[in-house]
Design a protein around this ligand. Structure first.
Ligand SMILES: [Fe+2]
Ligand SMILES: [Fe+2]
Length: 159
């Protein structure tokens, strides 16, 4: 519970610095940045943290850093403010995931479908390697064998 409160406060106070923007510019193309900066500031902050963790964990592997920045871009289609995000996290927890069946609800769509939405957004955007796009699609799947996805999930869970 305390962790959730801490997360909520971090979300409503999230700021993007000039350094963060420079970091994003180093790794993303212009069109990717346009997509990235459509995320809510607290989601941008989260993705930058994931990317920074991956920079260390994957020893500067450019593709992993890019995945850290882009893995949640699907959230741009049904954006949630920090309050909505907190509500869906709690509902997911208390319903043990059963809330997922209300798939017409914006909060449910964003929370559960953003990996698939992100995959399709990126596919429309450019000529990407399917293995790269699949890592975005699978970043919340359980029991994945792809080492890159496992690393991405580890960094995602820490941020
Ligand atoms: Fe995600
Ligand atoms: Fe994430």
């Amino acid at each position: 519970m305390f962790y959730r409160v801490k997360q909520f406060i971090a979300a409503i106070t999230a700021r993007i610095t000039k350094e963060d923007v420079d970091f994003v510019r180093t790794y993303l193309s212009q069109s990717e940045r346009a997509l990235f900066f459509r995320l809510k500031p607290y989601e941008q902050r989260h993705c930058i943290e994931v990317a920074n963790k991956l920079k260390k964990m994957a020893h500067n592997d450019r593709e992993m850093i890019r995945l850290g920045l882009l893995h949640d871009v699907g959230k741009t289609v049904y954006p949630l403010n920090p309050i909505e995000k907190s509500i869906i996290v709690v509902l997911d927890h208390v319903s043990k995931g059963k809330i997922k069946k209300y798939s017409k609800c914006k909060m449910v769509k964003c929370y559960y479908e953003h990996p698939q939405i992100g995959y399709h957004l990126m596919k429309k955007q450019g000529d990407y390697d399917e293995a790269f796009l699949n890592k975005i699609k699978k970043h919340h799947e359980k029991d994945v064998e792809d080492v890159g996805v496992c690393l991405l999930q580890q960094a995602d869970n820490l941020s």
